[in-house]
Write a protein that binds this ligand. Structure first.
Ligand SMILES: C[S@@+](CC[C@H](N)C(=O)[O-])C[C@H]1O[C@@H](n2cnc3c(N)ncnc32)[C@H](O)[C@@H]1O
Length: 256
């Protein structure tokens, strides 16, 4: 993983909601969909009975949505600025979440307790570029699970993305055209690694200001992640595609 990951999300924290056309709606929608999905794996238990660690919470998109649904949520992230914003957003959504800063490659040392569910959503794991880092994060996530607990990871559909290796995203337009965001993706020639250049353009007093931030991802294939989860001794590793779950990314689950 590049050391820039933390800086990228620190710099993005105040603008992160612009990734969504309506972030607040997305919080509630993702809470609904993930809650239904997770509860179906626990015999439709009451969410108040389930403890959940979101170990890449960012500004709280899933952590807040799931706390709204009644889960007992602890939420951590590498980026302190994202965690600080997530705290403010949780207060606005009127939910109680236990927040902390932690790198998911060293969760076992930095976070106390065990959880029924450990979640990392929206493509956080593919920030790890090497097998060593993926193994170490997976082992730390496993360590935070209770016996028979459920690991839930969501990542982009890289099995199809690598076939076309897209070089940009469609622009998103906000505030009557005065804020525009888009990304340019730079693929490395040899490996399935790409850099994301994230642009936010804002019109201020007739002038266009551009903010550019950059981070790196590994286009992690489903089989590669399965192999790592099997290797660390998790059971029942399964992929669930959007058609089955209603979530916008493939989800992999595994049991301790
Ligand atoms: C694409 S964002 C998703 C954030 C959040 N889940 C959401 O959907 O709003 C990826 C997140 O992973 C976090 N992250 C990346 N590497 C991490 C690491 N080694 N440990 C913990 N968090 C990490 C980033 O700081 C960022 O907040």
């Amino acid at each position: 993983m590049e050391t820039s990951t933390e800086n990228f999300y620190d710099e993005m924290a105040d603008d992160y909601h612009l990734i969504y056309s309506d972030w607040k709606k997305a919080v509630l929608r993702q809470g609904e969909v993930l809650s239904e999905f997770i509860l179906s794996k626990f015999g439709n238990k009451n969410p108040e009975q389930l403890s959940l660690l979101d170990c890449s919470c960012g500004i709280g998109t899933q952590a807040i949505g799931l706390a709204k649904k009644g889960f007992k949520v602890t939420a951590t992230d590498l980026s302190l600025k994202s965690v600080s914003r997530a705290k403010r957003e949780a207060a606005l959504f009127q939910v109680n979440i236990d927040f902390g800063r932690a790198d998911f490659r060293s969760l076992a040392k930095s976070i106390a307790g065990k959880f029924d569910v450990v979640l990392s959503a929206d493509n956080a794991i593919p920030h790890l570029l090497t097998d060593e880092d993926l193994l170490s994060a997976s082992q730390n996530l496993k360590d935070k699970l209770q016996g028979n607990g459920l690991l839930v990871l969501t990542i982009r559909d890289y099995d199809s993305i690598v076939k076309s290796k897209p070089v940009s995203t469609q622009p998103r337009i906000f505030e009557d055209g005065r804020v525009i965001t888009f990304q340019v993706w730079d693929w490395s020639e040899k490996r399935n690694i790409y850099a994301i250049n994230h642009f936010i353009m804002k019109e201020v007093d007739g002038q266009w200001l551009t903010k550019h931030t950059k981070t790196t991802y590994r286009a992690l294939l489903r089989q590669e992640l399965c192999d790592i989860l099997n290797k660390i001794g998790l059971f029942d590793v399964k992929w669930h595609m959007p058609e089955e779950t209603g979530f916008y990314q493939p989800i992999v689950t595994a049991r301790k």
